[in-house]
Design a binder for this molecule. Structure first.
Ligand code: KIV
Length: 262
């Protein structure tokens, strides 16, 4: 998948799959699958570092994890997620952030929101960097939104969602994440846009889906949004493996003289 394939897939009405990923070994697993693209999301602050929101994610953290993922998944399209306020302190500072992600191995960047970002998006795109937009529930604004809540529930907010999506498209975004909005609203936006929408908690009619690694693999226990589908009981499987190791050592079954010893 490269940047041109996003449009091709969208025109051919093929769904686009994106998964978040934060480390080298997990990236190698994604690299061996048919998943189209990886988002090194700022959700890493929550699922990798145990914070309650994405706000504590820093550029340093994000760039290190982007580089690790890029080493593990050389064949995948990698999107780096600009963390909280890392693109809101003037054009020069924002461009330095973008540069760090691209040097680390991202092929595109994502940023949240519309108002106040459009000139930056145009500048980043004009500088040769693909930009993914993100509207609806924008977790970096959690304190302004009053929590992780479904957005665009009413007509006025749905009209604004569409207006923001069109503005992001006009500014040059190659795709737009729609997070936690009613399915009908996401469908209406998707039908009006030329670029693909990538949904998370936005129903079945977006052009593709993104899901958080730890959510889909059943590793994150703190919080399970309604929109998550768990494909593995990862927590329990790993817990069992650790208890098996503990039992083997205590029963003196591991290490085995023939198999594991020099
Ligand atoms: O940081 C992230 O993982 C995201 C997705 C939830 C879209 O932004």
């Amino acid at each position: 998948m490269n940047i041109l394939d996003w449009q091709t897939k969208h025109q051919q009405q093929q769904k686009i799959t994106v998964v978040t990923c934060y480390d080298y070994c997990s990236a190698q697993i994604v690299a061996s699958t048919k998943i189209d693209a990886i988002l090194v999301g700022d959700t890493l602050a929550m699922v990798m570092y145990g914070h309650a929101t994405t706000i504590p994610a820093t550029v340093e953290m994000m760039v290190l994890h982007t580089a690790a993922v890029a080493r593990g998944a050389k064949n995948k399209f990698i999107i780096g997620d600009l963390p909280f306020l890392s693109y809101r302190q003037g054009l020069t500072q924002a461009m330095q952030t973008v540069q760090r992600f691209m040097v680390a191995g991202a092929q595109a960047i994502k940023l949240e929101g519309t108002v106040g970002n459009l000139e930056l998006i145009k500048h980043v795109v004009a500088s040769g960097v693909p930009v993914m937009g993100h509207i609806g529930m924008t977790p970096q604004s959690v304190h302004q939104l009053g929590g992780f809540k479904v957005q665009a529930k009413h007509k006025k907010a749905q009209d604004q969602l569409l207006q923001h999506a069109l503005q992001l498209q006009d500014a040059g975004c190659f795709a737009i994440v729609l997070e936690c909005v009613p399915s009908d609203a996401a469908k209406a936006v998707t039908e009006k846009l030329d670029v693909p929408t990538i949904g998370i908690g936005a129903g079945p009619d977006t052009s593709g889906q993104v899901i958080v690694w730890h959510d889909m693999l059943g590793l994150y226990k703190d919080f399970k949004p309604k929109f998550v589908k768990k494909y593995l009981n990862g927590f329990e499987l790993m817990q069992q493996a650790l208890n098996d190791y503990d039992a083997d050592v205590k029963a003196k079954v591991f290490p085995n003289v023939e198999e594991h010893c020099y």
